[in-house]
Design a protein around this ligand. Structure first.
Ligand SMILES: [Fe+2]
Length: 538
């Protein structure tokens, strides 16, 4: 386990090695030297200054990752030199084979229903919200195109008298609004789009209107029958994927949890109960983030080569969103869903991420609650501790909130497990389905007929796309055990019963999801505990 070594004791109250005993406190002093925080990028969560030796990847893990990179490198070599130049759309399919399997998106990327499902069960199902009113920045366009939009609404709903107001009243209108990206167009080439989506007569979520910028000239509303519609969807997805990789993935999965990891090492002794419950979930987190800083988000690194927004664009998105983001609302699943208006009877069918992740959230919440109450009691009864009297916890919380105002300690495992999903290659492996790089300029009129050549010109060149496929394939592997499947020595002391129950609850959740998938039109496996690793390690 890549964390500081524990010196065995199960006794909280006394002994040299007790959490507040002399040996543990001595070790904590050394930990403060080893785990130092540094601001790698201003405005982002702090990082570890130097990777401590015990946090490095194991020899076995290095060999595994090295072998994987060699195989992917061979795949790129074959694809780069032994397959056709990309002249027409069908040429894009020539790069798939054993090493890079053909993603399912190659067949369905043009479909509106797929675009709708990307918002619900793709890699970024965290943004969609119930639309209760058309946003101010879209009103003018909606009014101008009201007649055409009305036809779309009637066609999708199957009712002649169905209007936008009806959709809002029936809780069937949803929105993804990237106002957070406003003003990033010139420097980073990214739109700040708004998409309206309707739950149609078949209970499928369908996009009905897209506007690519918040404000400005030549900023029309695109509708499904428009010749430019597909290109508008590509630019929307470019904004969505840029946000996903920046904030949902790098920002609040990797970087935010790194600062929690370092702060934990600096403030809790290794025999402290809260350290013990968190430690298994920090495995390789600092190692993978250090690797990312050296190879992915470094200057002129892979992100600069593959994503149009580059690393500076990623940092800008994280900075903008982080000041608004709260752990106790946006980082806590039930509150987040409530805030976005996507819970309640019959609301947003097909939001399988929500339905499945709630099961996992509840299992984790119960586990943490049970475990914590082994040691703590609000009133300090039964010889237990009170949080308010635990100096280490007080120092830990103070350090956590000192910089980013994190609220609600105890949500950490929940946060990492739900944000880190692994259909990345499936989504990103075929660039037109979910591009991280776009060339040229977004459409400014609605009637440009889209050719295959125009799409090839809009996505990055073949060599860049191959590099992106390597990264996504690499990031889609899981290199630690699945959630709750701890090694014997990483089970927190005094937690055997809680862990046993946790595993049972996770198994029940996995079985429920398996059963649900039997009747789902599009089975969804990514929020199942079987596909969630113990830690953020890739
Ligand atoms: Fe990751």
């Amino acid at each position: 386990m890549a964390t500081r070594r524990r010196t065995a004791t199960t006794n909280w109250a006394s002994g040299n090695n007790a959490p507040d005993g002399p040996t543990a406190i001595d070790n904590l002093q050394s930990a403060k030297d080893e785990y130092q925080l540094v601001d790698y990028v201003p405005g982002l969560p702090s990082s570890v200054k130097t990777l401590p030796r015990q946090e490095r990847f194991s020899f076995f893990e290095k060999v595994r990752l090295g072998f994987l990179l060699i195989v992917l490198g061979i795949g790129v070599f074959i694809d780069r030199f032994l397959t056709r130049k990309w002249d027409k759309l069908s040429d894009l399919l020539n790069v798939y084979g054993w090493i890079f399997p053909k993603p399912p998106t190659t067949e369905i990327w043009r479909d509106d229903a797929f675009f709708g499902r990307q918002r619900l069960v793709g890699v970024n199902p965290f943004v969609i919200r119930l639309c209760t009113a058309i946003p101010g920045n879209m009103k003018e366009n909606v009014n101008k195109g009201r007649e055409s939009l009305q036809m779309v609404l009637q066609q999708k709903s199957g009712k002649t008298d169905f209007t936008l107001d009806t959709a809002i009243q029936e809780n069937r209108l949803f929105i993804v609004d990237y106002d957070i990206l406003d003003g990033m167009k010139d420097e980073f080439g990214i739109c700040s789009p708004i998409a309206l989506l309707l739950v149609d007569a078949k209970n499928e979520l369908m996009p009905i209107a897209i506007q690519l910028y918040q404000t400005g000239e030549n900023n029309p509303i695109f509708l499904p029958e428009d010749p430019s519609w597909l290109m508008a969807k590509l630019w929307f997805n470019h904004a969505d994927s840029s946000y996903q990789e920046s904030f949902s993935h790098l920002g609040v999965t990797h970087l935010l949890m790194e600062s929690v990891d370092v702060v934990t090492h600096r403030n809790l002794t290794t025999t402290h109960p809260v350290y013990e419950i968190l430690a298994p979930h920090f495995l390789y987190l600092l190692a993978i983030n250090t690797l990312a800083r050296n190879q992915l988000i470094n200057e002129h690194g892979i992100v600069d080569k593959t994503m149009s927004i580059g690393r500076e664009g990623m940092f800008e998105i994280i900075r903008r969103q982080l000041v608004k983001w709260r752990m106790d609302e946006d980082g806590t699943l039930p509150e987040d869903l409530e805030k976005r208006g996507v819970v309640g009877d019959g609301i947003l069918p097909g939001y399988y991420y929500r339905d499945d992740a709630l099961l996992v959230y509840e299992a984790i919440r119960k586990y943490v609650h049970t475990y914590i109450h082994v040691y703590y009691d609000d009133d300090g009864n039964n010889g237990k501790l009170q949080v308010s009297n635990d100096a280490q916890i007080q120092a830990w919380v103070a350090a956590l909130i000192a910089k980013r105002e994190l609220v609600g300690g105890g949500c950490e495992i929940q946060c990492e497990s739900r944000r880190h999903q692994f259909p990345q290659y499936e989504q990103y492996g075929f660039q037109p389905a979910y591009p991280v790089g776009m060339r040229g300029t977004p459409p400014q009129v609605t009637n440009i007929e889209l050719t295959g050549t125009a799409i090839i010109k809009a996505i990055p060149p073949k060599v860049t796309c191959l590099l992106e496929m390597v990264v996504m394939k690499f990031l889609s592997t899981q290199n630690t055990r699945r959630l709750g499947n701890f090694t014997r020595d990483s089970i927190p002391f005094n937690a055997d019963d809680a862990v046993k129950q946790f595993r049972e609850d996770l198994r029940t959740a996995a079985e429920t999801i398996e059963e649900r998938n039997i009747t789902r039109k599009y089975p969804y496996q990514w929020a199942s505990p079987d596909n969630i690793p113990n830690s953020i390690s890739i």
